[in-house]
Design a protein around this ligand. Structure first.
Ligand code: MGD
Ligand code: MGD
Ligand code: SF4
Ligand code: MO
Length: 778
């Protein structure tokens, strides 16, 4: 017996709508869902492999508690919840809730858990947290805050309609990042009136399609971007009308850019001056331009400064607030957590942006005797022992915690270090959604229904967090009694009385506001249509969204007063299996979202202009460059990578070992060919890798894929590791001065040939330091 279901792919932030055929507990056929409003039937080849996630051999199916000898024992849920609550309670009573750090809250396809995690944080009084966005986007958010007034003024490129599309450190052919990426790229490439510009040291699949590929030397974008801007200023190509009507601070910027030596910058980034001038003129003369930056600059030197320069490309040319340009999108839930501005970390005083502690400083905030250090951690849907810089130090830091709890579907590298591991139902076994809804003019939200029953022994995060909140004694039953009563009336009378009861309960007991997700799950949850209990939290989200974007909701068909519009949207989300367009925008809406008091964009960011001036002074060659002559991009997206969502290496049909790519000249100099083994060494460690010779790379530039080197049991239950875990090679001190974002794309490295005779017969990890506690498999 088989059946078809609508759901979404969870392998990248696009979350394309898919239809899946289910048979005997397996996903047997998968294709794009034409009814999904954003992906419209599009899906890439990776989605075909989703059963490797759903039926992975290392799924956990019982809560685990670590014994003194480091092995784990299975316990029942009541024991686990009580033990977790007691463990956190102990830390809280000695050191305060601020000593409990929260990491994660969502991977590429699951964010409902993170929403419920906020209730647990509130119950614990945990005020510090972070997630993968602090490894990539916080610098960009900070720049958005300066330019537009608030970090959440996040822009989205209208690539479908742009005459010129510019990708900077972004390879959408592989990594996507906008709907139907490959189709859109092909359209732009094929249209002689349009133009595709790619700034990337590698000739990627995207660069291959480009009209202009600016193949910069790795880490030199600051020179390429500032030279492009300097040409615009020096040749008077800026949009003077836009600049004078809509911005402030141009003079300061023009002074700095006017002084840039374009020829010198061109030389430093390795691009011919004439090419830079041609591209600058093409961008400046286009009717519409959209730009997209990603890890190639966000995880490389000058990352925050580069984000600023990227934004100036479209702002100086007036490509903002129109079709085909850059616009500020709506949101159902803010991505970065609410808190903004002024906060720093308790030990090192590092800047916290959009509520996120820089991922690279987490070990420093633990491995110290400072009284305010983090002493306990709750990790969910993330694997920091593998995904954060300097895994050895990260393991040491996690090991030094008084209490560590991990919520995951699999026995990850982080879970192995935990005191308790709580097994979550998979994303196809529960109601799920992501908050990566970043589209403009039509923004989409997709709530997915379960496709399978939960793996016995697992629970959805909503249930886990609500149990924790209760075990922590965060509310007493009387406080919720009116809500239960109002919820009982919902089937007959609708949600009106419930809404009133909710707002009066919160007014009377303000602590319930922080606990709201769990309160909604507990009270409204049981009367949710379709049994969608986990979606109760969306009632709050849709109400807030209706308050923030009434006109956009109305254009999408959700009209009436705030509560009515929010409720209609909530209903539509619950009833649609392919996703809902929740807001429809006019380009002019973008201007209403610019949040400076005078409605103008602030072009001058003195901290970053100072950094730009400093960068112009050529540095002396350092000893490091002699010791480590290569630049390693540690973590490239390929057709065979999907973060760590697939742990079973068998999913990769190509690139089984996650090859280290290098150019033919380097390969020849080193005496290696395709399939040879090399030892790659950095300041942090060494690894063995298999070589792929590729003429897409510049001399001196080598790359390794992201998400490999995971520990996965073979059919006999013995742990095996395939590919290089790149963060064994990265250092946490290697980061942006302002946002603390890591420079994973720019790791100084050296290579040695490993002759077959001396190799150990496999291409597996060779880190002596990795010794995990033995697991008792259940
Ligand atoms: N297939 C696949 N897709 C994914 C993912 C995945 O694991 N696999 N992960 C998802 C996630 S979490 C993210 S954040 C996105 C990331 O998506 P991308 O940022 O597109 O991914 P990367 O391949 O890491 O880096 C992009 C490009 O940066 C280039 N680069 C390296 N150094 C430099 C430099 O100094 N300057 C410039 N200009 N470019 C440089 C690389 O050559 C590469 O082509 O992908 C998402 N999509
Ligand atoms: N060197 C280097 N490091 C990098 C990068 C790089 O390019 N180079 N990229 C960085 C980037 S951009 C990112 S986004 C991060 C990603 O790294 P992480 O943020 O650590 O996240 P993922 O690899 O996406 O892993 C998500 C986890 O969620 C678990 N999971 C899956 N489904 C569920 C579920 O339903 N519930 C729960 N509770 N858990 C679930 C998976 O088993 C997995 O352990 O890595 C970063 N690290
Ligand atoms: S990997 Fe990304 S682009 Fe490919 S099908 Fe999945 S969600 Fe869509
Ligand atoms: Mo990411």
């Amino acid at each position: 017996m088989s059946s078809w279901h609508k759901t979404a792919c969870i392998l990248c932030s696009q979350n394309c709508g898919i239809e899946v055929e289910v048979q005997d507990g397996h996903l047997v056929k998968i294709h794009g869902d034409k009814d999904h409003p954003a992906s419209q039937g599009y899906a890439c080849e990776k989605a075909q492999r989703l059963d490797y996630y759903q039926n992975a051999r290392d799924r956990i199916s019982r809560p685990l508690r670590r014994r003194k000898d480091g092995t784990f024992e299975a316990v029942d849920w009541d024991t686990a919840i009580a033990g977790v609550a007691a463990g956190f309670q102990a830390v809280k009573s000695h050191h305060g809730g601020e000593a409990i750090f929260h990491y994660g809250g969502g991977g590429q396809g699951n964010h409902l858990g993170g929403a419920y995690g906020r209730a647990t944080r509130a119950a614990l009084g945990s005020i510090y947290g972070s997630n993968a966005l602090a490894q990539e986007k916080t610098g960009e958010f900070w720049v958005d805050g300066k330019l537009f007034g608030r970090p959440r003024c996040h822009t989205v490129p209208d690539l479908e309609h742009a005459e010129v599309a510019v990708f900077i450190g972004k390879n959408p052919w592989q990594s996507h990042g906008f709907p139907r990426a490959r189709a859109v790229l092909r359209e732009i490439a094929a249209d002689p009136k349009r133009c595709l510009v790619v700034i990337d040291p590698r000739r990627t699949e995207t660069a291959d399609l480009a009209h202009h590929h600016l193949q910069v030397k790795p880490g030199t974008d600051v020179f390429c971007l500032s030279a492009l801007l300097a040409v615009m200023v020096q040749e008077k190509l800026c949009n003077a009308a836009f600049v004078s009507q809509h911005t402030r601070g141009f003079e300061a910027l023009a002074t700095v850019l006017g002084g840039v030596d374009v020829a010198q910058h061109a030389q430093r980034c390795g691009i011919a001056v004439e090419t830079l001038r041609t591209v600058a003129r093409r961008i400046a003369s286009a009717a519409s331009v959209a730009t997209l930056e990603d890890l190639g600059i966000q995880q490389a030197p000058h990352s925050t400064l580069n984000s600023y320069l990227e934004k100036l490309l479209y702002l100086l040319t007036g490509n903002f607030g129109r079709t085909g340009t850059m616009n500020i999108h709506t949101r159902l839930v803010s991505l970065g957590g609410g808190r903004e501005g002024g906060r720093t970390t308790p030990v090192g005083g590092h800047r916290i942006i959009t509520g996120l502690v820089p991922a690279n400083v987490i070990p420093d905030e633990i491995l110290t005797d400072h009284p305010k250090r983090f002493r306990a951690m709750l990790v969910e849907s993330a694997n920091p022992a593998h995904s954060l810089a300097d895994s050895a130090r990260m393991r040491q830091a996690l090991g030094a915690l008084e209490f560590l709890v991990v919520v995951d579907v699999a026995m990850t590298e982080t879970a192995r270090l935990a005191h308790y591991v709580l097994p979550a139902s998979s994303q196809y076994e529960k109601w799920e959604a992501t908050f990566f809804n970043l589209e403009f003019p039509n923004n989409v939200f997709h709530l997915r229904a379960p496709v399978f029953p939960p793996l016995p022994g697992t629970l959805p995060e909503a249930e886990i967090h609500t149990r924790l909140v209760k075990a922590l004694g965060a509310w007493n039953t009387e406080q919720l009694a009116p809500l239960h009563a109002a919820a009982a009336r919902v089937p007959k009378e609708g949600r009106g009385p419930y809404a009133q009861a909710f707002f009066s309960a919160v007014a009377e007991h303000p602590q319930l506001m922080g606990l709201a997700p769990a309160v909604l799950y507990e009270t409204l949850g049981p009367v949710m249509p379709h049994g969608a209990r986990d979606a109760a939290v969306l009632w709050g989200a849709t109400q807030t969204c209706a308050m923030a974007f009434p006109d956009s909701l109305q254009r999408a068909g959700f009209d009436g007063d705030t509560m009515e519009a929010g409720d209609k949207l909530f209903e539509a989300i619950l009833n649609s299996r392919s996703g809902v367009v929740f807001t429809v925008d006019e380009p002019a809406e973008t201007w209403k979202r610019v949040d400076h008091p005078d409605g103008r964009i602030m072009l001058d960011i003195p901290e970053l202009l100072e950094e730009l001036a400093k960068a112009a002074v050529p540095p002396a060659v350092t000893a490091e460059q002699h010791t480590f002559p290569f630049v390693l991009a540690a973590g490239e997206r390929r057709t065979s990578t999907a973060n760590t969502i697939f742990r079973d290496p068998a999913w990769r049909k190509k690139d089984a070992h996650g090859a280290l790519r290098m150019c033919p000249q380097d390969a020849q100099a080193l005496g290696v060919v395709d399939g040879s083994r090399v030892k790659v060494t950095t300041q942090a460690g060494s690894a063995l890798a298999v070589v792929e010779v590729s003429d897409t790379l510049l001399p001196g530039h080598i790359t390794l894929p992201n998400g490999l080197g995971l520990d996965f049991p073979d059919v006999h239950g013995t742990s095996a590791v395939r590919g290089v875990a790149v963060n064994e090679l990265t250092s946490s001190a290697h980061r942006d001065w302002l946002a603390g974002t890591p420079w994973h794309k720019h790791v100084p490295a050296r290579l040695e040939r490993v002759d077959a005779a001396t190799a150990d017969g496999s291409a597996q990890r060779i880190f002596e330091s990795v010794k995990y506690p033995i697991i008792t498999w259940l």
